[in-house]
Design a protein around this ligand. Structure first.
Ligand code: COA
Length: 161
């Protein structure tokens, strides 16, 4: 059975992430969307909230599930019996950082492969921070998020203003 892990902060999940998840779900028996900590970020949504937002967004994808892990990506991948990490590349500017991460993860566990998937051009300009900024400033961000989570994200950001 082929299991892939799609890791990220997902603060919150966007249409760009969902596009990668859908395409990955056609390539692997199972895709685990893993909410992990990026030590350089302070997330707006708690880990529990981020997992729930992902679960709502992937409800129609039976071979995908969401989990949180507070540790190294390679340890999570091994624990889940997976061997592939999927990362989305939005622009050439993503490449240098992602390349470094892939090499580091390979050094930490040589059995794990990183697979880069090119983001759909329609979503290449999206990031979770951009969505939060537009929402915070009262702009329309409905097209940038899975429709199932739009209201919850909107309310959370409005409350925090
Ligand atoms: N569509 C839209 N946006 C996308 C995207 C896509 N396909 N792919 C990435 N993005 C966005 C993300 O939302 C994120 O936006 P933000 O900066 O506004 O939050 C940005 O692009 C960067 O994404 P990414 O490089 O995947 O960073 P991340 O913070 O989401 O995830 C972790 C990084 C959590 C996977 C990484 O820190 C990690 O593995 N942590 C675990 C600890 C560990 O193992 N550390 C050592 C690694 S060597």
């Amino acid at each position: 059975m082929s299991i892939a892990v799609y890791p990220g902060s997902f603060d919150p999940i966007t249409c760009g992430h969902l596009d990668i998840i859908k395409r990955s779900s056609r390539m692997f028996d199972e895709v685990i969307v893993a909410v992990l900590n990026n030590s350089s970020k302070r997330p707006l949504f708690s880990a529990v909230e981020r997992v729930r937002l992902i679960e709502k967004s992937i409800a129609g994808l039976p071979n995908c599930r969401a989990m949180y892990f507070d540790g190294l990506l390679v340890d999570f991948v091994k624990q889940q019996g997976a061997s592939v990490v999927i990362k989305g590349l939005r622009a050439i500017s993503d490449f240098e950082y992602e390349f470094q991460m892939a090499l580091l993860n390979k050094k930490l566990n040589p059995d794990i492969e990183t697979l880069f998937m090119v983001t759909n051009a329609n979503y290449s300009y999206i990031s979770s921070s951009i969505v939060k900024e537009i929402a915070d400033l009262g702009g329309n961000f409905a097209d940038l998020l899975p429709s199932e989570i739009y209201e919850e994200v909107k309310q959370k950001i409005e409350k925090g203003r």
